[in-house]
Design a protein around this ligand. Structure first.
Ligand code: SF4
Length: 614
């Protein structure tokens, strides 16, 4: 059966050459779209040992099979590359309209290769692709850049761009579209290394090719969502009160993962954020409109505004420095979006340096005269700017906590897995979530296999004890494979809990691609597993192995302090036992390498030779 997606645009910035290709039939059947296409091309085309910031690395921007349709919550797009922060495969997901617009221009993915001699931007339409001078945009923030491109090309233009952080090669720079970001892992840094400021797409919205079968499925999806409690709640609050849940569970990591609950958590609740809400935004074709905009109306940060902050950012600019000013958090979020910074890694770096200051490892003179005492949010904001511009201490922090810690001999205090900073769920009180950080293919990402069972009490595929370890290896695998399978669509991870995924989703993929077996959940789960294994193989080829599947020492040795919630005193104790079980269930060797049998089973025989060499 012919697969109906897979239109690829290849842009070589070194030569200026632009070509159009089709994804071959077997790749389309095996990998389906989205993240599947991304890892397939990255594995094939980026040789092992490639320096992430060299012109040999590639940046792949991809939408999903369902993008641009009126299916709900599937307009996500992602940037895929070899990360300058972790050295691993990386995928970073974003929302807004850019993924749909890429589809309207006629493409499912863009591969950007080489490096332009001077700053450029790409302008893409259904009729052609131009590489144009961006000298006048270099140094401009993401808001000004997008405004200029919209004025230049009209309101049917959507842009993905970098800010000064990406230009300055801060290792965790984001790609920003609207006010949504492909935040983690330095995909914006790779874009900056290629002298690529922006990709602007001008296209007409079109849904003319939706079949009757797809329309029926969309009606079914909307019917299910309409009465789903998780959807209704998400529409009302977005992620602005997840901190109420995580503080209650004792997994809201405070002071660089020393506490599991913010002492002033009642000042950071969703209800407090609600008081400053001024609007809401959504991604293309999603009724949830979960982006809640906030405006500070008084005090030192009066006028600060952001389309957010989302939960992770609420955490990253409060808990690491024990800040309880939500106004300061909103101001920090706004700067990050303007400068093009990942909020999680930025907040984590700042929490790291505050702890070093408290312990006397860094003195005032080492941090540009800033007073880094806990609760001091003015210094937090100063550090955000310094990181983006690589000024003073910001130049060191721009390298990420792992590299900064190695420079300072302070590795114990760097809270990361494979170089990616831990997000806002403490692994000691949510262990499947933590073991997902350990085994994810991109380092400590909360959304690579989110343990909904532990945070929100989901009972599919089974109820989970959040303090159990090796017993839950199957749950970690289930969540990771499910996420990979959803990201061929690309569905928004929030919508996994809205009752229509995965059954209706599989039928939608079949309706759009014409590949009927995608309606079979067994087949689709194998696609997810195949994607995950090829990503792992990419990392193995780069030299990653069991020893890198690890957690910071603090998490495996210091008991969690929660002020009396059920998580009090927890540590992660069974890392080795967990890995043995996880690798066995995955069909990997004891070193964490996908076995020959597993690779053959997944139709990844071409990878065998690489695994044998590794
Ligand atoms: S739930 Fe929110 S983030 Fe997800 S697609 Fe809808 S508006 Fe976008």
């Amino acid at each position: 059966m012919e697969h109906r997606t897979g239109r690829l645009l290849r842009v070589d910035l070194s030569t200026g050459r632009v070509t159009r290709e089709m994804v071959d039939e077997q790749t389309a059947l095996d990998f389906v779209g989205g993240r599947g296409f991304g890892i397939n091309y990255l594995y094939r085309e980026v040789a092992p040992g490639t320096e992430p910031l060299s012109e040999k690395n590639k940046l792949i921007l991809v939408n999903g099979v369902l993008a641009g349709s009126s299916v709900q919550a599937v307009a996500r797009w992602m940037a895929i590359t070899k990360s300058p922060l972790t050295g691993t495969f990386f995928r970073s997901v974003a929302g807004a309209d850019f993924g749909a617009w890429l589809k309207f221009a006629g493409y499912d993915l863009i591969i950007i290769e080489g490096k332009a001699e001077k700053p450029v931007y790409i302008h893409l339409t259904a009729d052609g692709c131009q590489i144009l001078d961006a000298g006048h945009l270099w140094g401009k923030d993401t808001r000004v850049t997008q405004q200029w491109l919209s004025q230049q090309y009209g309101q049917n233009t959507r842009t993905a761009c970098i800010g000064p952080a990406g230009e300055n090669l801060v290792r965790y720079s984001a790609i920003v579209s609207g006010r949504r970001t492909a935040g983690r892992g330095g995909t914006g840094t790779v874009m900056g290394s290629k002298n690529l400021k922006a990709i602007a797409i001008t296209a007409q919205r079109s849904m003319s090719n939706e079949s009757e079968a797809l329309r029926n499925l969309i009606r079914r999806q909307v019917d299910i969502m309409r009465t789903n409690k998780a959807f209704i709640h998400h529409k009302e609050m977005g992620t602005t009160e997840t901190q109420d849940v995580t503080n209650r569970l004792g997994i809201f990591p405070v002071k660089n993962y020393r506490l599991g609950k913010h002492p002033d958590h009642e000042k950071l609740t969703g209800a407090e954020y609600r008081k400053l809400r001024v609007g809401e935004f959504g991604c293309y074709s999603c009724a949830a409109r979960c982006g809640k905009a906030h405006l500070v109306t008084s005090g030192a940060y009066k006028g600060a505004t952001s389309e957010g902050p989302e939960y992770e950012t609420i955490w990253s600019f409060s808990a690491p420095i024990e800040n309880s000013s939500i106004e300061a958090t909103i101001a920090a979020d706004e700067i990050c979006d303007d400068m093009g910074l990942d909020t999680i890694s930025t907040g984590a770096c700042i929490g790291f340096v505050y702890e070093l200051y408290e312990r006397g490892i860094l003195k005032k003179k080492d941090v540009d005269g800033l007073e880094l005492s806990y609760g001091n949010h003015e210094s937090m904001l100063a550090l955000v700017r310094k990181i983006a511009l690589r000024e003073g201490i910001g130049n060191l922090l721009a390298e990420g906590t792992a590299r900064a810690a190695a420079t300072l001999g302070a590795e114990y205090y760097a809270m990361h897995v494979k170089g990616l900073d831990l997000p806002a769920y403490d692994p000691r009180g949510a262990k499947s979530q933590g073991y997902n950080y350990v085994t994810s293919n991109i380092g400590a990402s909360h959304c690579f296999g989110y343990a909904r069972q532990e945070i929100f009490g989901a009972t599919v595929p089974r109820p989970v004890d959040r303090f159990a370890e090796a017993e839950n290896a199957d749950i970690v695998i289930y969540n990771q494979n499910l996420t990979a399978m959803g990201e061929v669509g690309i569905i928004c991870s929030f919508s996994q809990g809205w009752g229509w995924f995965p059954e209706v989703y599989g039928k939608m993929l079949a309706a759009v691609t014409g590949v009927e077996r995608l309606a079979d959940l067994g087949y689709l789960t194998t696609v997810g597993e195949r994607i995950f294994n090829l990503e792992r193989a990419f990392n193995v080829r780069e030299g990653f192995s069991r020893s890198h599947d690890n957690l910071p020492k603090r998490i495996t040795s210091e008991p969690l302090v929660t002020g009396g919630t059920p998580g009090e005193g927890q540590v992660v104790r069974e890392l080795d036992k967990f890995l043995d079980r996880y690798y066995q269930l995955r069909g990997w060797t004891k070193e964490g390498v996908p076995s020959a049998q597993k690779l053959k089973e997944l139709n990844l025989g071409s990878v065998l030779e690489d695994m044998a060499k590794s």
